[in-house]
Write a protein that binds this ligand. Structure first.
Ligand code: SF4
Ligand code: SF4
Length: 420
């Protein structure tokens, strides 16, 4: 693939920084520790000063090459607060020194919130770091999977951290929440719980799963439990005029209305993110760790390589272009332009590699057609007719897709090279 500058360039605009490779929690669904990848054991516990300096220099080179004016750094882990406050002070000052004024660095952090206190909030405010905290819902729901190393639930510690952050007048914005969907929960209860907290935004994540480790679908639920769960929340959120941002809904609405898609999960846009491990290793998105042990190790490191070299690697490039490099069944799908074949980690099987639709395909069809039709029905009829769009029901989409099932058998060497 030839690299070019401009909208379609093969480039990175966001680094997910694994600044700590260990965590004080041990959530059962965590792709770092509990879904088959053990490589964290060989990683330094925290990112060193040398790696930080090298990675910021590599970002600078990358921004110059691609004329990038704004670059996102997301502090992640493990649990990023385990690195201590000095790490953040040094990192932000180094990034500002090296990147400004040509490129503006934007900082955010995703923490489990259990260690948050006023001092941390003050520091994040001072350093302009946007705060995101992980919480799955009500105490009972959160504590089903978000547990510590002794098996105890984490809700009490997380909500204490959230309350500190919500009360703080130092933060740039109230914190956002990141929530892994638990289909055993009542979606309205989770929504109302979040409404009481009143976060800046909520990011609902579909749990990481693929054809070899399928998602949880208890018999008592429908065939599309994840769509049903999200649809109930979408309808409340839409009716109540979006009391807080919900990333998955906002990016789907934007894509449906033709305003481009910003999602790193769904849609056809290039996925402009890379991960940096504590040892400086450059990798494609971390959720690919669920495919097999060591899967994301593509053999490059900020100590020696440029960020662009991630796209010389087959897996690095495939993730980047995953909205376009889909199986033939997805290519014939009536909502491909919105879905983009689903999140790459969710397409994997040991038999076919990535030559599959998302394991959540049916859920995605139901969710996307629901949102699309809800939006279209809210438009005045004349305006709807003007768009030239037509309603596509879930049933109609599924019947088109059923007639395309033979395409599931079409081989694709490029996508199958990752089969075991
Ligand atoms: S808090 Fe995050 S990093 Fe830690 S175990 Fe849970 S999901 Fe993994
Ligand atoms: S809905 Fe299914 S078939 Fe359509 S693009 Fe998404 S994963 Fe592929």
């Amino acid at each position: 693939m030839k690299k070019v500058n401009g909208a379609n360039a093969t480039k990175c605009a966001l680094l997910v920084l694994k600044i700590a490779s260990r965590c004080n929690l041990n959530c059962t669904y965590c792709y770092m520790y509990n879904l088959g990848d053990n490589t964290y054991r060989n990683q330094p516990k925290v990112m060193s000063d040398n790696v930080v300096t090298a990675l910021i220099r590599k970002v600078k080179n990358h921004c110059i090459t691609h004329d990038i004016k704004v670059f996102d750094f997301n502090f992640h882990g493990g649990e990023p607060l385990l690195v201590g406050m000095d790490f953040f002070k040094k990192f932000v000052s180094k990034a500002n020194d090296l990147l400004l004024p040509e490129t503006t660095p934007i900082f955010s952090i995703q923490t489990n919130g259990t260690l948050l206190d006023d001092k941390w909030c003050e520091l994040f405010g001072e350093l302009n770091i946007h705060l995101g905290i992980s919480l799955d819902g009500t105490p009972e729901i959160n504590d089903m999977y978000r547990i510590d190393h002794a098996g105890r639930g984490s809700y009490t510690d997380i909500i204490r951290g959230i309350k500190v952050a919500m009360k703080s007048d130092k933060l740039l914005n109230p914190p956002g929440l990141l929530s892994v969907i638990n289909i055993k929960s009542n979606p309205a209860e989770v929504y109302n719980h979040f409404l009481e907290i009143n976060p800046h935004n909520v990011d609902f994540l579909i749990p990481d799963a693929n054809y070899d480790s399928p998602p949880l679908k208890p018999d008592y639920l429908s065939e599309t439990p994840y769509a049903d769960w999200l649809i109930e929340i979408f309808d409340l959120w839409f009716k109540e005029k979006k009391p807080f941002g919900v990333n998955i809904f906002e990016s789907l609405v934007a894509a449906i209305l033709g305003k481009g898609d910003q999602s790193d999960v769904l849609g056809g846009a290039n996925k402009e993110l890379l991960v940096i491990e504590t040892n400086g290793g450059i990798e494609p998105v971390g959720q690919l760790k669920i495919c097999k042990n060591g899967f994301t190790k593509i053999g490059i490191n900020v100590l020696e390589n440029e960020l662009d070299e991630a796209f010389d690697n087959d897996l690095g490039l495939l993730f980047h272009l995953s909205g376009q490099k889909t199986c033939q069944y997805c290519k014939a799908c009536p909502i491909l332009n919105i879905c983009g074949g689903g999140y790459l980690p969710h397409r994997y099987s040991k038999v076919n590699g990535f030559n599959n639709p998302s394991i959540y395909c049916k859920d995605l069809v139901k969710l996307i057609t629901h949102i699309q039709n809800k939006l279209f029905s809210a438009l005045p009829e004349a305006l709807f007719l003007e768009t030239g769009a037509s309603m596509l029901t879930f049933e109609k989409a599924m019947s088109i897709m059923d007639s395309n099932r033979h395409l599931l058998l079409v081989e694709d060497e490029e996508l199958e090279e990752f089969a075991k």
